[in-house]
Ligand binder design. Structure first.
Ligand code: FDA
Length: 308
């Protein structure tokens, strides 16, 4: 892991920086590259714009590790309301949530109840919810909550991270449930023994899991979303889908708002299914640091804003 990536991931968890840096205008200006605005109205506008290009969306309100049951209830109610707003605009827009935003650190039952309420409402509206995957210490409890809700409401998916050594066995254990899985590479600072040692190995693990999943996807109800901007992987996944008899354009690719935007448009134009995860909210600091860590060249963009 590069020094810069390490430093940025360290910064993402530093409370003092989290309180100080967002006050600077040049940082706020730089973050706008990755989010259309801080309120849901901005996200709805972005989703309508994406729809005009044949691209669907997923909303996530930024936030994690809430410290009170009251805050967790506020997040739950926010998403319940957002599902109505999505419906009013007739958008194909899912919602994606972190369980620590729904109170996982306070009481896993609280997070379960919050996520279940959001998913039940989405089910009534014919919509779909996703659970993000956070640091490795949360994986067991996240999968447990996913399993409990999915038994009752199948309109829910969970994120798995290819960089974790345990992910192939998590994948196998979920498989009999006909799960919906969003596969990503993984964005957190983790103990080295839990993750694959190099980016190359993470990329290969991502591909192996994708090919394995696509070869089984012919069976009913399975649903896989590829959360990546890696164009070389996307090409290989397309070829694996073709080999599995599903057609090159069968997989859905989910990318982040503001990243590889031209490629998002190109893929949609060429008939691929593209979904864009639109983040909004005022608690963006740790999330933004993880985006910088994914591509340390982004730091120059921040510095350019400082200079200008
Ligand atoms: P990779 O990092 O190899 O990037 C491929 C190319 O994409 C780069 O060369 C660059 O051109 C571009 N790129 C990637 N990131 C960029 C950035 N930040 N800025 C500018 N360009 C960039 N993680 C997690 O741990 N839990 C989760 O729940 C989620 N959820 C999630 C949902 C969705 C829809 C996406 C797309 C990603 C996540 N992630 C995540 C983040 C994920 O783990 C990973 O860190 C990023 O997607 C970057 O990895 P790539 O697969 O894009 O490949």
């Amino acid at each position: 892991m590069s020094l810069m990536r390490n430093a940025l991931l360290w910064a993402s968890q530093n409370q003092r920086l989290r309180e100080t840096l967002p006050r600077f205008g040049f940082v706020r200006k730089a973050v706008r590259r990755f989010m259309p605005g801080e309120d849901v109205e901005a996200a709805l506008g972005a989703a309508e714009e994406l729809r005009s290009h044949g691209i669907t969306s997923t909303f996530t309100r930024l936030g994690e590790n809430v410290a009170s049951a009251q805050e967790a209830a506020g997040v739950r109610d926010h998403y319940l309301n957002v599902l109505d707003r999505i419906r009013e605009r007739g958008l194909d827009t899912h919602v994606s949530t972190k369980l620590t935003q729904l109170g996982l650190d306070i009481d896993p039952e609280l997070a379960f109840q919050g996520m279940r309420a959001i998913t039940a409402k989405a089910s009534g509206l014919g919509n779909f919810t996703w659970i993000d995957m956070e640091q490795s210490g949360y994986v067991n409890v996240t999968l447990e909550i996913y399993r409990r809700i999915q038994r009752e409401h199948p309109n829910i998916g969970v994120c798995l991270q290819a960089y974790l050594r345990r992910t192939p066995s998590d994948f196998e254990s979920l498989y009999p449930l006909s799960p919906a899985i969003r596969l990503v590479k993984g964005a957190y600072k983790e103990p080295p023994e839990l993750v694959l040692p190099s980016k190359r190995e993470v990329d290969e693990a991502y591909y192996r899991l994708s090919a394995e999943y696509l070869s089984r996807v012919g069976q009913p109800r399975h649903n896989l979303s590829f959360g990546t901007h890696d164009l070389s992987l996307i090409r290989r996944i397309g070829a694996a889908a073709e080999q599995a008899g599903l057609g090159r354009s069968a997989p859905e690719y989910t990318m982040l708002y503001g990243i590889q935007s031209q490629e998002q448009l190109r893929l949609a134009r060429e008939g691929f299914k593209v979904r864009v995860l639109v983040a909004y909210g005022d608690y963006w600091f740790p999330w933004y640091m993880r985006r910088l860590a994914e591509r340390p060249a982004n730091v120059w963009f921040v510095l350019k804003n400082l200079i200008s």
